[in-house]
Design a protein around this ligand. Structure first.
Ligand code: AMP
Ligand code: MG
Length: 588
């Protein structure tokens, strides 16, 4: 492994002793943790250091000859490796860090190793700067103004140092964003979705469903028109049908009245007309209808007032097959049955269609603080929101839902629920408690039962996402915050379910609008601001956010008619900028 292309960003602190390296790292750590960054620290120490204590069991076993001593308890574990001959290199030490568990490695010491470092210097220590000699130094944190082109940070301003470290993480992510590492610590939204979709198969089973149950199924075979729609050329108005080669006749003899559902069985002769109702088939030879309001019918002799409108050959007639032509493909396989699709299938005279089975989804919530709606409020608890917003979303896709409720905080309860879900559902969704770094039983049960990845997606709201298979059943572990649940569902779960239902290459609608507000964002991250768009007086589409954007404020989702998507390459959108919006109509 080359240190410079480790999958995690590494930042070291380089300074003479007495400058306050540990104090600075100690102050920096809680700030990093607050921003959601999980940090590993590798620290160099004097050659005779020992974490163990004489008399402890681990100490005794080590002294008895264990080259490696791994000691573990409920809350932590420690691996002690004896290195009597050669001290481990920084590379070897980095390999011992569980890269799934952290986003950043901070290094204290190892001044002779080559990796990016921030030099710390205080005037009071009276020491020279190292940066002229060490070209691994990427910034200098000090209380003076040395002559250098490197960024100079204020060693007494932790915000300043924090901002630099966060920038280093981002630029590392930007560089590695295209690499697909085995354990992606930070995934882009697009990459996450690609990975999910690539792991799912299109359905193979099909069945035939009656019209009444067809809505929201996906067609498994194309619909070919068995008949013309309309079946015959018919009138688009109430009026009089004549021949277009007889426009000059002036006066016509009315020979019949034709109502919808009837017909006139003889060919129309020149000089003749029929009175005809909307939808009634025009007689043979007739091809032009003049509306009733233009006609003057005096005892069966009809004239037309052309001052109310010129008569054009072929007007006011609907051609047989002009909507759907017999023999043509009306819908390809993979079409979702919406209201117009349902109507069109019926208009062809068909009363059933071959479809893919609709997906069955097992759903549960986790969290000790989560209680069921309808129960008296308990102290420090919140009502289960996510299970219900998710049900609403899944119903939009016509999914069958198996509601597993709130799973109590026990390994066996969870394992039982998951096994039941694996046996009966096509997809399993949970919310809460699966954040990377949540060292809880949910993760351990999931890992025991299947192959689950705990991702951190570079998006807001959202970020933690667990995805993988429990047996053959795809499992989504969504975040806990109610807005994050809905947004991650829309980005990852909905496209996945649509694929499992047989819809090919489904894409959400994306359009461009002009933002009326500055939309905050951050390089490297996809931001989904809940927005409301409308057409302004100049006919332009404009959009603004729906106010408070906290990921627990579900109202922001209700008030939104779109998500404003600010992509990772964009720092922030200013008033008047064009932004991408994803309309939510019909999806939420
Ligand atoms: P977690 O991902 O479990 O740490 O949860 C993040 C936040 O979402 C916490 O404030 C939880 O209380 C909240 N949360 C988790 N599950 C639910 C739920 N089912 N309904 C509403 N809020 C939830
Ligand atoms: Mg939780």
């Amino acid at each position: 492994m080359n240190l410079s292309n480790c999958s995690l960003p590494i930042i070291g602190f380089s300074a003479y002793s007495g400058t306050g390296k540990t104090t600075l790292i100690e102050a920096l750590l809680p700030r990093l943790v607050d921003t959601g960054v999980r940090v590993a620290v590798i620290k160099h120490a004097h050659h005779d250091f020992d974490v163990d204590k004489p008399g402890k069991d681990s100490y005794r076993l080590r002294k008895a000859g264990a080259s490696q001593m791994l000691i573990s308890s409920r809350y932590r574990n420690a691996l002690m490796t004896e290195t009597p001959d050669d001290e481990a290199t920084l590379k070897q030490l980095i390999q011992k860090i569980d890269q799934d568990q952290v986003d950043l490695i901070l290094v204290e010491g190892f001044k002779n190793e080559s990796f990016p470092k921030i030099e710390l210097n205080r005037t009071e220590t009276n020491k020279p700067f190292r940066f002229p000699a060490d070209d691994n130094i990427v910034a200098v944190a000090c209380d003076s103004l040395p002559e250098t082109s490197l960024p100079i940070l204020d060693i007494n301003n932790i915000d300043n140092v924090l901002a630099f470290v966060l920038k280093q993480i981002e630029s590392h992510q930007a560089q590695t964003a295209t690499c697909d590492s085995l354990s992606p610590t930070m995934l882009s939204v697009d990459r996450g979705r690609e990975k999910i979709l690539a792991s799912l198969e299109f359905p193979t089973q099909t069945h035939v469903v009656d019209l009444d149950a067809l809505t929201n199924h996906v067609l498994a075979s194309p619909v070919i028109a068995p008949v013309n729609v309309p079946s015959s050329t018919n009138s688009a108005m109430d009026g009089y049908a004549i021949r277009s080669d007889d426009l000059d006749a002036g006066t016509y003899t009315k020979i019949a009245e034709v109502f919808a559902g009837q017909g006139y069985k003889y060919p129309l002769q020149k000089g003749q007309c029929v009175r005809i109702m909307t939808g009634a088939p025009v007689p043979e030879n007739a091809d032009t209808v003049i509306m009733r309001e233009q006609a003057c019918d005096v005892e069966g002799l009809v004239t037309f007032d052309t001052s109310k409108g010129k008569i054009r050959a072929g007007q006011n007639v609907r051609q047989a097959g002009e909507d759907l032509r017999k023999g043509s493909q009306v819908f390809p396989a993979g079409t979702r049955v919406s209201a117009p699709v349902l109507g069109m299938i019926a208009s062809l005279g068909l009363n059933k269609a071959e479809v893919y089975p609709n997906v069955t989804v097992a759903l549960f919530s986790t969290g000790d603080e989560v209680q069921a709606p309808g129960t008296p409020p308990k102290q420090n608890c919140i009502y289960d929101t996510n299970r219900f917003s998710l049900k609403g979303l899944l119903q939009k896709l016509g999914c069958e839902i198996i509601d597993l409720g709130i799973i109590e905080d026990s390994k066996t309860a969870l394992a039982d629920a998951l096994k039941q879900a694996m046996a009966s559902a096509d997809v399993i969704i949970s919310s809460g408690g699966v954040s990377v770094g949540d060292a809880d039983y949910i993760k351990s049960v999931l890992t025991e039962l299947g192959d689950i990845n705990f991702w951190r997606v570079n998006m807001r709201p959202g970020r933690p996402l667990a995805f993988g298979k429990l047996g053959d059943t795809p499992f989504f572990g969504l975040p806990g915050n109610p807005v994050a649940v809905m947004v991650t569902y829309l980005q990852f779960v909905e496209p996945a379910i649509r694929k499992l239902q047989g819809e090919e290459n489904w894409q959400p609608q994306r359009i461009v609008a002009i933002t009326q507000e500055k939309i905050r964002s951050r390089m490297g991250r996809t931001e989904y601001t809940r927005g409301s768009y409308n057409i302004n007086a100049n006919g332009q589409l404009e959009v603004r956010s729906t106010g408070s954007q906290g990921s627990g404020i579900l109202r922001s989702m209700h008030e939104a008619n779109c998500l404003i998507e600010v992509s990772p390459e964009v720092e922030c959108a200013e008033i008047g900028d064009r932004v991408t919006i994803i309309p939510l109509a019909s999806r939420v």
